[in-house]
Ligand binder design. Structure first.
Ligand code: PGA
Length: 252
């Protein structure tokens, strides 16, 4: 780990009702007292955001949405805007998760608009990038990361780059139990940082770049110990308060 403040985010995906959200938070928040200088974000589904913001009000935990639309309002049935999220106290938003890219056909172009819309609304983007297994086997991991990062960050002012959080999530490691090795994760994250540095080297030194993909309590420490890896975006293992707490402790 570097001098950058560690950032641990729980991506619940389409899981947990309001009641389950409150139950998780009651158990999780009671045990985070020892976590010093660590940024923690919980990303529940839209229906649990209000309850989660309410429960975390007097805690250091920030609440993030899992997606948003780039427009501020309009005829976009089923969508939610950045200002709607900030109006209920949401502070961050996951953008470009590989499930959204693959299942919901989210494009680099739409993402570029979402990143600037989030920043404009004062929502911290947690921007996900990562290669598929085929792309890794073909040796084009860096090309993919460069394309995704350059597209998503194209319209971001250099002065705002440092406040974004990037999550490097190799698609082949998400939900599969196959974690990238600490070396693979560190190499890809180092490369991602170099792409940011081409835009602004000061922001590249500040920006937090997380690893995501089958992070569990038993592999978190070896990943999070690495200089380049500033934290984790955790799916499956973040659904259990004790497991997510153990991962936060490994990162803090
Ligand atoms: P996982 O998911 O930890 O279950 O692999 C990570 C993610 O999709 O963000």
């Amino acid at each position: 780990m570097s001098e950058r403040t560690p950032y641990l985010a729980a991506n619940w995906k389409m899981q947990k009702t309001v009641e389950e959200t409150e139950d998780f938070l009651d158990r999780f928040l009671g045990n985070i007292g020892d976590l010093q200088d660590t940024d923690i974000a919980i990303c529940p589904p839209f229906t649990s955001l209000v309850a989660a913001v309410e429960r975390c009000r007097r805690s250091p935990v920030r609440i993030a949405a899992q997606n948003m639309h780039e427009a501020d309002s309009g005829a976009f049935t089923g969508e939610i805007s950045a200002s709607m999220l900030t109006s209920i106290g949401v502070e961050a938003v996951v953008l470009g998760h590989s499930e959204r890219r693959a299942i919901f056909a989210e494009t680099d172009e739409a993402l570029a608009l979402k990143v600037v819309a989030a920043l404009r609304a004062d929502l911290q983007p947690i921007l996900c990038v990562g290669e598929s297994l085929e792309e890794r086997s073909d040796g084009v991991t860096e090309d993919v990361l460069r394309r995704q990062l350059e597209a998503a960050l194209e319209q971001v002012e250099a002065s705002q780059l440092g406040s974004i959080v990037i999550a490097y999530e190799p698609v082949w490691a998400i939900g599969t139990g196959k974690t990238a090795s600490p070396e693979q994760a560190e190499e890809a994250i180092g490369f991602a940082r170099s792409v940011v540095a081409e835009k602004d080297s000061e922001s590249a030194a500040r920006i937090r770049i997380l690893y995501g993909g089958s992070v569990k309590p038993d592999n978190a420490e070896e990943l999070l110990r690495r200089e380049e890896i500033d934290g984790a975006l955790v799916g499956g293992a973040s659904l259990d308060p004790a497991d997510f707490l153990a991962i936060c402790e490994a990162g803090s």
